[in-house]
Design a protein around this ligand. Structure first.
Ligand code: KIV
Length: 328
């Protein structure tokens, strides 16, 4: 069903930085920003068709895709590789590339170079950096270069060791003030959106009221201007944990196990592949093949299954091989 809100937000036009920035003012009309992570072209197509506004090629790919214990080992080249795939699968949503650990913290020039590579080689339309006041200058310089930046404050996974684990931040007064100051600093430096992760809902709301660009919450309460979830979490593809802030809209891991069990069983029993999944020869060759099969069958036992006819093949409305390439 399409609502009034959907019709305002759901155009087929590419979502731009100014359009996202402007959603701060229109959130009261039901235009909160829906963002997800994506790491490949197929997921990007799925999420894009569902109407998400922004897709983040997150360094969470280190944990989700690579099976690492944190985001720290992820390299810039890996983010670029996944960004290219996501960009190929996306028509409408804005695509953000995450800057991985050590790609922007050590030196300003190196940070600008890394951000530039993400845009130039990865094809992303903006970059995201974790950090507060200490990276405001870096954000300012990127924005001046023409690279739109998304900030990220609160729980910053690249600081997992300093935080003593993936823990909610800003639960006491001083910490909350510090996170608020960070959010203000990165927005004033020119970030056009700020991800606020793992903070009490009251702090998420306060940050949202205090800065003039949209906040995107993840475990930061309902008052942020938008929300982001890891796509694998929202689809229930994560079988190892379920963080409190995650809502699963599907149980695809469990369904995938069941579907694959059915496949295993059909392969073992030879129920798969059936005739409709099987290629045949052209007519003349099929006649020869069948003759050969008959001869062979007369000479050997047990007999081979009859090949499907060329006519049957021609009626199959599928491609002859994998066709996962670009659709646009
Ligand atoms: O890397 C990531 O996926 C993120 C989001 C969870 C915000 O930074």
């Amino acid at each position: 069903m399409t609502t009034d809100c959907d019709s305002q937000v759901m155009t087929s036009e590419k979502i731009t930085v100014p359009a996202l920035r402007a959603r701060k003012a229109t959130r009261a009309r039901g235009e909160r920003i829906a963002m997800v992570t994506a790491y490949d072209a197929t997921f990007a197509r799925m999420m894009d068709q569902a109407g998400v506004d922004a897709m983040l090629v997150g360094d969470s790919l280190g944990m989700v895709i690579q099976g690492q214990g944190s985001t720290l080992p992820v390299t810039l080249d890996e983010i670029i590789y996944h960004s290219r795939a996501v960009v190929r699968g996306t028509r409408r949503a804005h695509v953000i590339g995450d800057m991985p650990f050590l790609s922007y913290q050590c030196a300003l020039d190196a940070a600008l170079q890394s951000a530039g590579r993400l845009v130039k080689e990865g094809g992303v339309e903006s970059v995201k950096l974790e950090g507060g006041r200490e990276i405001a200058e870096t954000i300012y310089r990127m924005v001046r270069m023409g690279i739109p930046v998304v900030g990220h404050v609160g729980l910053m996974p690249q600081r997992v060791h300093a935080m003593g684990g993936f823990k909610v931040q800003g639960r006491n007064g001083d910490d909350a003030e510090s996170i608020l100051e960070d959010a203000i600093a990165v927005s004033q430096a020119g970030a056009f959106m700020v991800v606020v992760e793992g903070v009490p809902a009251e702090l998420g709301a306060r940050i949202t009221r205090s800065i003039d660009v949209p906040t995107i919450g993840i475990g930061a309460g309902v008052d942020c201007d938008g929300q982001v979830l890891v796509s694998y979490d929202l689809l229930g593809l994560n079988d190892t944990m379920k963080p409190k802030f995650v809502k699963r809209y599907e149980e695809l891991f469990a369904r995938g196990v069941e579907a694959t069990k059915a496949y295993v069983s059909e392969v073992r029993s030879a129920a798969f592949p059936a005739v409709e999944h099987t290629f045949g020869l052209q007519k003349a060759s099929a006649a020869n093949a069948n003759a050969n099969t008959t001869t062979a069958a007369n000479n050997t036992a047990p007999s081979a299954p009859a090949l499907p006819s060329a006519e049957a093949d021609a009626s199959i409305p599928v491609t002859e091989a994998h066709a996962y390439g670009p659709t646009h």
